[in-house]
Design a protein around this ligand. Structure first.
Ligand code: AP5
Length: 228
């Protein structure tokens, strides 16, 4: 088959970064721009907790304490979601993988489907600034759009820019004690994955301390290169 006839593989983009680095914010922007599907294991686990599933019951206390949910549970909820037809166009993994076990499981899962990681992006930030980002975060209860009291307020106070809802929520794990635990879990168990993706030759580092729009442009360039 000529090169031009080779079927393009769906993109698999990984966003790595500590709590508050902007993974969710940027994943939603990339989703809109590139038509990829955001897969956030945090969102999937929160949905399982809200639905009261067995996985959700086991994950709840761990999440409230800021620890990492077991690889077994995380992989089960992710694989379930990856069977949905919409992910065929390509995915942005937000908050996954987070351990070497999860990274190995992802590599095997993709290999089974003749796929591989297209790009892994490490969002580089100062830990100290992350507490302010997390403390000011709130989310539209209807469509899930993310906001910040100071850095990203809705255009009209109290009204979601995307869907017009006036209901917003704040996450129970967005408190100072839990954030410290989540930071510690990131540095101990997730940061080592940066070297894993560097070895695979797919790692990019993006300075994620600037304005949301500038980071979006830098990330967009990475995704463009990986998918173009
Ligand atoms: P998860 O939901 O993944 O949370 P997290 O990794 O702690 O990340 P956050 O959602 O807090 O931050 P973010 O990087 O998405 O930042 P955001 O864009 O919202 O996980 C929650 C829990 O679930 C974990 O603790 C764990 O227990 C469990 N879990 C999930 N996945 C797991 C896995 N794979 N394995 C095991 N356990 C797992 O931005 C934050 C705020 O800052 C927002 O208000 C935003 O508007 C603002 N902001 C964003 N960018 C900027 C900027 N450039 N400048 C100023 N403000 C900004």
């Amino acid at each position: 088959m000529a090169d031009s006839q080779v079927e393009a593989r769906p993109a698999v983009i990984i966003l790595l970064g500590p709590p508050g680095a902007g993974k969710g914010t940027q994943a939603r922007m990339l989703q809109e721009r590139f038509g990829l599907v955001q897969l956030s294991t945090g969102d999937l686990l929160r949905a399982a907790v809200a639905a009261g599933t067995e996985a959700g019951k086991q994950a709840k206390a761990v999440m409230e304490a800021g620890g990492l949910v077991s690889d077994e549970i995380v992989l089960a909820v992710l694989k379930d979601r990856m069977e949905d037809p919409d992910v065929r166009e390509g995915i942005i993994l937000d908050g996954f993988p987070r351990t070497t076990g999860q990274a190995a499981a992802l590599d095997s899962l993709l290999a089974e489907q003749g796929q591989k990681v297209s790009a892994a992006v490490s969002l580089e930030v100062d830990d100290a600034a992350m507490v302010e980002r997390i403390a000011g975060r709130f989310t539209c209860a209807n469509c899930g759009e993310g906001y910040h009291d100071r850095f990203k307020p809705p255009a009209v106070d109290g009204v979601c820019d995307k869907c017009g809802s006036t209901e917003f929520t704040r996450r129970p794990d967005d408190n100072a004690d839990t954030v410290r635990e989540r930071m510690a879990a990131y540095h101990a168990q997730t940061a080592p994955l940066i070297a894993h993706y560097e070895r695979l030759g797919v790692l990019s580092r993006v300075d994620a301390m600037g304005p949301i729009k500038d980071i979006g442009q830098a990330l967009g360039a990475v995704v463009q290169r990986a998918t173009g």
